[in-house]
Design a protein around this ligand. Structure first.
Ligand code: SF4
Length: 466
């Protein structure tokens, strides 16, 4: 079966771990969670789940597949309650077994909890070893369950337990935690993964991306701050920090590729940030590159292509067309079938590219296989030259913060210099955005660039970056 990215025709794009969505104090909590998750579907397609609380207990439905496949209307109707959290999953850590689909629900005499997590706990293994040595039993291989076990061993009220549990976690986490009477939204001390809150007519909403607020009619209020724990209950919203050692370092790949264009993360609109990267690519090229047409790889590279076109004066054209209706069950074990998968998903528009010198804009290169096929498609459609411009720096190091870039071996830029890579891809020229330009495009707020620089934000606890 095609993985999600292969299904997208973009088999070598990095994949986000997950998306989370929650509401508190509304009459139709499960229905809103369903709509919210549907809007966040681009962040994970392997599984989905919704947990609701009715003020007394927790009820959860989850399964493998897309939101549309996991839930029907009777499932949603059966989830009665005014508070809910939802999760859509792509597994970067732990397998894709049913037990790892979230929310994970822990039922205990002292109260039930459901947890939905976006990110990756980098010190999961040592914490798990420690907890297992103390007698804790894990029912899932997911790193997300660790917080439940840390809470279980903690002292004080739930807010205090959460503060001490989060202080022990290193890495990336945006958690939504549901109890029968409250909802918690938590962001790691670097703010690696996005999490924002909004108001509803009679309640609250929290989501990985602001586009989900628009889908349910919620009004954006603010971002959850790095290191912050927000509690929503019948008495309102309460904010605490689990650490004072905070530093804003949002994952740069959220703007490069993951997030939806109509989302704003930490105050910056994704479409505009991508567009700016294209402008900066054009600025470097302006005196040296002669071309007839700018073409973007749909969909996430189109804003950068528009920005390049505008800044360079070279016309923008729809040289690649995406077929949105390719199914998910396409078998593609061989090279020929992978090529066919790209052809089914992307077509070069020969009437547009014939005889043209093309500037092809892609947002990122991981393994290089898809870029190579796309360049071949454009040449077969009659393009006379293809100059590839990448709207992010070369990805040289693995990610341990919730993105499936797990080893240097799979990263083509780590094994080839740009000249060799240009030849391998079959491009006439190749240039990447630099880390400095990415910083310029995204503005002052701090970002994680670890997969570009190898400069990690945390100790790696035995994970290998080489
Ligand atoms: S290493 Fe790269 S993909 Fe991972 S969080 Fe940092 S910027 Fe994002």
């Amino acid at each position: 079966m095609l993985t999600n990215n292969e299904e997208n025709g973009l088999g070598d794009k990095p994949r986000e771990k997950c998306g989370v969505f929650g509401v508190f104090g509304v009459p139709n909590a499960a229905q809103l969670a369903y709509f919210g998750l549907h809007t966040l579907q681009h962040r994970g397609q392997e599984g989905a789940g919704i947990a609701v609380s009715d003020g007394e207990g927790l009820h959860c439905t989850k399964g493998k597949g897309l939101v549309l496949e996991v839930f029907n209307q009777s499932d949603i109707d059966a989830l009665k309650g005014s508070n809910s959290i939802g999760h859509i999953r792509y597994s970067t850590c732990g397998g894709d077994e049913w037990e790892n689909i979230q929310p994970i629900v822990a039922r205990a005499n002292r109260g039930s909890l459901a947890v939905a997590h976006n990110g990756q706990i980098v010190n999961a293994q040592p914490l798990r070893d420690e907890l297992e040595n103390m007698g804790h039993l894990f029912h899932t291989s997911s790193d997300s369950a660790i917080i439940l076990h840390l809470i279980q061993g903690g002292a004080g009220n739930l807010m205090e337990k959460l503060q001490s549990a989060c202080a022990r976690l290193e890495g990336a986490f945006a958690f939504l935690i549901l109890t029968p009477k409250s909802l918690y939204a938590i962001r790691d001390r670097h703010g690696l993964r996005p999490l924002a809150i909004a108001t509803l007519e009679n309640g609250w909403c929290a989501a990985s991306e602001t586009c989900a607020f628009d889908a349910v009619g919620a009004k954006f209020l603010r971002n959850v701050e790095p290191g912050e724990i927000l509690k929503f209950s019948r008495t309102g919203m309460e904010s605490r920090f689990y650490t004072q050692q905070t530093e804003h370092r949002l994952c740069a790949m959220e703007y490069v590729y993951f997030a939806r264009e109509d989302s704003s993360i930490d105050g910056k609109n994704v479409h505009l940030a991508r567009r700016r990267t294209g402008e900066l690519l054009a600025r470097t090229d302006c005196k040296t590159l002669k071309a007839d047409l700018v073409v973007g790889v749909p969909d996430s590279s189109l804003p950068a292509a528009m920005g390049y076109s505008e800044a360079s004066g070279i016309p923008y054209g729809m040289g690649l067309i995406k077929n949105r209706y390719v199914g998910r069950t396409f078998i593609e074990p061989t090279q020929e079938q992978r090529d066919l998968a790209v052809r089914m998903k992307l077509s070069a528009n020969s009437s547009v590219v014939q005889g043209k010198r093309i500037v092809l804009i892609d947002d990122s290169i991981v393994r290089g296989t898809t870029s190579r096929r796309i360049i071949r498609l454009l040449r077969e459609a009659g393009a006379s030259q293809v100059h590839l411009r990448v709207a992010s720096p070369p990805i040289l190091y693995p990610c341990f913060y919730g993105v499936d870039i797990s080893s240097r071996k799979e990263l083509i830029s780590a094994g080839m210099d740009p000249q060799a890579l240009c030849r391998y891809l079959g491009a006439d020229s190749l240039r990447f955005l630099s880390v400095e330009q990415l910083r310029e495009a995204y503005g002052e707020a701090g970002y994680c660039f670890s997969c570009f620089t190898g400069d990690y934000l945390t100790p790696l606890y035995g994970h290998r970056a080489d």
